[in-house]
Design a protein around this ligand. Structure first.
Ligand SMILES: [Zn+2]
Length: 331
């Protein structure tokens, strides 16, 4: 029986690379980690909110390696405990990416655009997969050319890179009107921002500044306007300066598309006071999170979010100082 150790394989790859004149650093690069969470059997789920038809589209998943800096006021052990209590693996943090298409009054509205297969996991122990939204949109029978309006919650890569073609930055939806929170637009497109950002965040700001202000179909909207009939912006700053949720109402039915206000519910709904490194302003994000969740509880509306357990639809109840989430398995 022949056994070949991983080290031997890496070394032989390096030798082969050298023989071909390749840069050895490429030849010996560790193979990319594989996604361990299976994709849903069907990458779209449809449900009704009054007369509005909501289609959840699976875009991908980030299997985030544990990191002591993830929360400023919770340890890795506490994070794992919260994940286990919610029935998740503790091997990594499971962060699915879901986008939503709302059909209301014969209009098709896309809510955020996913990561477009362009989101990088900075930690080599993490896995980041995105860009499945388009295939799942087609599988759901939605023609991307018929999307008239796109609402954007904030300018993080897993929410906007699906608007940009990989490699060229060409618009994926050139004919749709893209409505963005004015506060978010102003913050990211300020030329003085680049030097104020940590090094790792600068490429994102540069890409936004190179592309978004030149698109004629981007409309920044102030405050909490009704941006399309039946859908209103809800300010929820802190995650980013202009982070915004979307409130859908039809008849007596309401749905809060919370985007990243409650991020990973196993962590942020059960422990709303945990301040994540992903929230630019932790205390402000907590105020926004509690305000949004209190409104959802008081009005007994449905809630979904970009990183909720697939397919994202849930109900929330108050539980002492925190909240408890019950996922609704819609199909
Ligand atoms: Zn996100």
């Amino acid at each position: 029986m022949i056994t070949t150790s991983r080290r031997d394989l890496i070394l032989s790859a390096a030798v082969a690379g050298a023989a071909l004149g390749l840069d050895n650093s490429l030849a010996i690069a560790a193979p990319a980690r594989r996604q361990r969470t299976p994709d849903p059997a069907q990458g779209f789920v449809r449900y009704k909110v009054g007369a509005a038809e909501c289609t959840a589209l699976y875009d991908g998943i980030w299997e985030k390696a544990h990191d002591a800096a993830y929360f400023s006021n919770a340890t890795v052990a506490e994070t794992k405990e919260a994940l286990a209590a919610a029935g998740f693996t503790t091997a990594f943090v499971t962060i699915p990416i879901t986008v939503f298409v709302i059909k209301l009054n014969d209009k098709l509205i896309l809510c955020d655009a996913g990561g477009g297969d362009q989101v990088q996991a900075f930690n080599p122990k993490s896995v980041s997969v995105s860009g499945k939204m388009m295939a799942n949109m087609k599988a759901a029978g939605i023609d991307p050319k018929k999307i008239e309006t796109i609402l954007i919650s904030h300018f993080h890569p897993d929410h906007i890179f699906g608007l940009l073609e990989k490699g060229t930055n060409a618009p994926v939806f050139p004919n749709a009107e893209i409505i963005v929170p004015a506060a978010e637009y102003k913050w990211w497109t300020d030329p003085s921002l680049i030097n104020r950002l940590p090094e790792g965040r600068r490429p994102l700001a540069r890409r936004i500044q190179t592309v978004i202000p030149n698109w004629k179909n981007v409309l920044p909207v102030e405050g909490e306007d009704e941006v399309v009939p039946g859908i209103r912006f809800v300010s929820a700053p802190g995650h980013t300066p202009g982070h915004t949720a979307f409130h859908v109402s039809s008849g007596n039915a309401q749905l809060m598309i919370s985007n990243d206000a409650a991020y990973v519910p196993a962590l942020c709904v059960g422990h709303p006071s945990w301040h994540g490194a992903f929230d630019q302003d932790g205390p402000m994000a907590e105020v926004s999170r509690r305000k949004l969740l209190d409104r959802v509880v008081t009005d007994q509306m449905m809630i979904c979010g970009s990183h909720f357990p697939w397919p994202g639809l849930a109900k929330i109840e108050k539980d002492g100082a925190g909240y408890v989430l019950a996922t609704v398995r819609a199909s």
